[in-house]
Ligand binder design. Structure first.
Ligand SMILES: *Cc1c(COP(=O)(O)O)cnc(C)c1O
Length: 823
């Protein structure tokens, strides 16, 4: 049957009514007709599902209208490719962004159901490890809010990041099961399924006109099936799509095996295909070396590109306009194989000349670098690529030959420089460097904070930067103020609205209007009261989950993020031990009561990170029960850090710990969430802390420690760290206590090697920054004691957070990289 042409300006679907009565009626209707439950026996999960469906119905019309508009106007589309999306819960986000919080709450109340209970029941979609994945989620929300036609592309992992539990203070990893009750947000799109191949060989084909073209003949095939989730912008301005791919066996192949009596073979085929999207790799910032990981990367890159090309051809019928109508952003190197896959599609499948295809490719891709840690720069063995993706390996070689020729002939590079820019790493087993591939295949390469971008130019990409000096640019990360202020801290949002009006809801930079109220005693009192109420809520969570009693009047000193040596949770817990010693040694002094709150997951194979979790829990057990401490110091490690837990902890924090070794945190986004919610930062001159310091001013942040240059200098001189330990009796005593088993009487040697590392090399400068950190904490206590001063600082932090909105970041991507309009 011939398809009728689509008329994109046909009448749009009627929006559903948003009155309490209409919503109440629809929740009931959804419960009965979609969930299939009688209201008198419905369980909380049934009500949750019915409510999500009713909310979802209220974004459908906007979703369709958004998509039609892009077809009608021929606006450029942005595609954000990311192996991770750390989305968290969606219901409150969607309700809040379309202004349905109050009517839904009332409708449920009439049905005798508590909205808060339902919100807490929704699974936290954790399809990411940490900052990189959360950034992708904040960006999607901002792109919708700014009316950019955008798609997020990723993987629909059956199991997201592991659930963390504690067993005698050790981390144990349990499988996460976010799909256990189904996912009412998503739509399966069977019609948008693509074949993805692996392995096989490359066949040269002679065309009738004498041209030879390469054709890849994979010997393994599977299906990528799309699942779509609507992403609603602020005030429902636009609804974009998050399209996640699920791997499935191809039915005819399966059927063939089954019919031929090979039932086991059919099952194996099926399991092998589905394995690709079964689990998220729980390694944060180190590439998992497994073949399965490369398969995941190619699988989602290929499916996404096929989808993008299909849509483009459907609308424009010709690929020469690709860079004018399509911008593809690569979130780190995980989708970098897309560069070779797009070249293959253009050259092999569409007969475009190599040089023209290369121009189109570079015009289409942008690449965001997220880390300079050498162990985190992805590379794959040439032998693996040759086996799994033989045609892509050929394409990489050809790209490399072109680049090296240019480097030699045009730029006059010497052999060392040639080796540096080469896509192939020739040291110890040949490997393809994905960072180099992403760089040469993109017209824009961006870092994620001013410092990180500078370091990128000086280190990993120094020679590529010389070759292509126009490409590297900076886009400092941001967070969406909807989730990280308005939704997680409604009381503060209300207070600010009462003081400066509601303009800031639509333009977060307007928060600057708060600054003149920073010294107002009445406003300070209200601001502090909101913080206190948030702290009381967290006090209950700590009591419920850990059975630790803490006072909401204590200083809440918070470090929540992935556990990593460079983030230096070790420095923080050593400070707790030193403080513990001092409090006991000097009962006559007045001490600021302090609660040290930690949360974070360690990669399952990262021994030192797991040991640091155990140390925090060991110290907590001793300190929390020692009567000599008189409750002045408490330590609490909250298990299973995720987006929802962050939303509970951040609004209750007084002090935000951002203490990474200078030069190692690319940006950080946790730091920005705390700033928005009026916490004071204690931090190093690292990542976006540098820009926070600039925005808020030296008086409203506590900066300490070695600079990036000093760290580099110390490392290059490899001088022994022992002298900094010998100089500091306070540090020495704390280290000796930990190393000698004061906190681990059941295994006195448990921390010997961990502490030994500080004497030996101290790569992360824990010992060498300790005294500066101690002094900074003394400064924090002085500020806290002068509560007027503290409150003024806290207000100024909120007032100056506007720059760190992901709306600002996305506006810059739109203007400088993608060339698209924003609202
Ligand atoms: C914001 C966030 C992060 C990133 O935190 P950093 O402090 O920047 O490392 C990681 N995980 C979750 C759940 C987050 O919400």
């Amino acid at each position: 049957m011939p398809q009728k042409p689509i008329v994109y300006d046909a009448p749009t679907p009627q929006p559903r009514a948003t009155t309490v009565e209409a919503i109440q009626a629809e929740i009931l209707e959804r419960l009965i007709y979609s969930v299939g439950k009688d209201p008198i026996v419905a369980r909380p999960h049934d009500w949750l599902r019915a409510t999500i469906l009713a909310v979802r119905d209220r974004v459908m019309d906007r979703w369709m209208e958004s998509s039609r508009e892009t077809w009608r106007t021929s606006n450029k589309r942005v595609y954000y490719l990311s192996l991770e999306f750390l989305i968290g819960r969606l219901m409150r986000d969607a309700m809040s962004n379309v202004g349905l919080m109050e009517p839904v709450q009332q409708a449920l109340r009439n049905l005798d159901v508590d909205l808060g209970d339902l919100i807490n029941l929704e699974p936290d979609a954790a399809l990411g490890n940490g900052g990189l994945g959360r950034l992708a989620a904040c960006f999607l929300e901002s792109m919708s809010s700014l009316k950019i036609p955008a798609y997020g592309y990723g993987i629909r992992y059956v199991h997201g990041l592991f659930r963390q539990e504690m067993s005698e203070g050790w981390q144990v990893e349990l499988p996460e099961d976010w799909l256990a009750h189904g996912n009412p947000w998503e739509f399966e799109r069977r019609e948008s399924a693509y074949e993805v191949g692996f392995g096989g060989h490359v066949e040269p084909i002679s065309d009738p006109d004498g041209e030879v073209r390469q054709e890849w003949r994979p010997n393994e095939h599977l299906l990528a099936v799309a699942y779509d989730t609507p992403i609603v912008g602020w005030r429902g301005s636009r609804v974009n799509t998050l399209r996640l791919w699920s791997a499935q066996p191809i039915d005819p192949i399966l059927l063939d095996k089954f019919n031929s009596g090979d039932h086991i073979g059919a099952l194996e085929e099926s399991a092998k295909a589905e394995a690709i999207t079964r689990v998220l790799y729980p390694a944060d910032s180190t590439p998992a070396g497994q073949e399965l990981r490369l398969r995941q990367e190619f699988f989602f890159s290929s499916a996404s590109l096929q989808d993008i090309i299909r849509r483009h051809l459907q609308q424009y019928g010709d690929l020469s306009s690709l860079p004018d109508k399509v911008a593809i952003q690569l979130n780190d190197t995980h989708p970098a194989i897309s560069v070779a896959e797009l070249m293959r599609i253009l050259v092999d499948e569409n007969g475009i000349k190599w040089a023209d295809a290369w121009t189109l490719t570079k015009g289409t891709f942008g690449y965001t670098n997220h880390t300079l840690l050498p162990e985190a720069l992805e590379s794959w063995p040439v032998s693996l690529l040759e086996r799994l993706l033989p045609r892509h390996m050929q394409i990489v070689y050809q790209i490399n030959a072109d680049i090296l020729k240019e480097a030699r002939e045009k730029a006059g590079f010497n052999d060392q420089q040639i080796a540096n820019v080469s896509l192939i790493d020739e040291h110890g087993g040949r490997r393809v460097r994905m960072g180099q591939l992403a760089f040469v295949g993109s017209h824009s390469i961006n870092g994620v904070s001013a410092l990180h971008t500078d370091l990128m130019k000086q280190t990993v990409f120094a020679d590529l930067h010389k070759l292509y000096p126009e490409r590297i640019n900076n886009k400092t990360n941001g967070i969406t103020p909807r989730r990280w202020l308005m939704q997680c801290n409604p009381a503060l949002t209300k207070l600010i609205s009462e003081r400066i009006g509601t303009d800031f809801l639509d333009d977060i930079e307007k928060l600057h209007a708060l600054a003149p109220h920073a010294e107002d005693p009445g406003f300070q009192k209200q601001f502090a009261a909101v913080k206190h109420a948030n702290k009381e809520r967290l006090v209950r969570v700590i009591k419920d989950r850990l059975n630790i009693s803490v006072s909401p009047d204590a200083l809440f000193d918070v470090q929540i993020k992935r556990i990593h040596e460079y983030k230096r949770q070790l420095l923080n817990i050593i400070h707790a031990v030193a403080l513990y010693d001092e409090i006991r040694a000097h009962p006559e002094r007045t001490w600021v009561p302090r609660v040290k709150i930690f949360a974070g997951k360690a990669a399952p194979s990262y021994w030192n990170a797991k040991l640091i979790i155990k140390l925090i829990n060991d110290v907590a057990r001793v300190v929390n029960h020692d009567p000599a401490v008189r409750g002045l110091l408490k330590v609490a490690f909250l298990p299973n850090y995720n987006v929802s837990l962050a939303e509970t902890i951040v609004p209750a924090a007084d002090l935000s710990e951002q203490i990474s070794t200078a030069g190692m945190e690319a940006s950080g986004t946790g730091n920005m969430k705390f700033m928005a919610n009026g916490a004071i930062t204690i931090g190093t001159m690292d990542g976006a802390n540098v820009e926070m310091h600039k925005e808020v001013g030296d008086d409203n942040i506590v900066i300490f420690g070695m600079t990036t240059e000093e760290v580099a200098e110390k490392r290059s001189r490899s001088e022994v760290p022992r002298s900094s330990i010998d100089k500091s009796p306070r540090l020495r005593e704390a280290l000796e206590a930990i190393a000698s088993g004061v906190f681990s009487p059941d295994d006195p040697n448990r921390y010997r090697d961990l502490i030994g590392g500080l004497y030996d090399h101290d790569w992360f400068m824990v010992a060498r920054d300790f005294d500066a950190y101690w002094d900074a904490q003394v400064e924090v206590e002085k500020l806290w004691t002068n509560r007027k001063r503290w409150n003024a600082m806290a207000i100024r932090n909120t007032a100056n957070v506007g720059f760190f909105s992901s709306d600002r970041t996305i506006r810059q991507y739109a203007a400088d990289i993608w060339g698209v309009q924003t609202a």
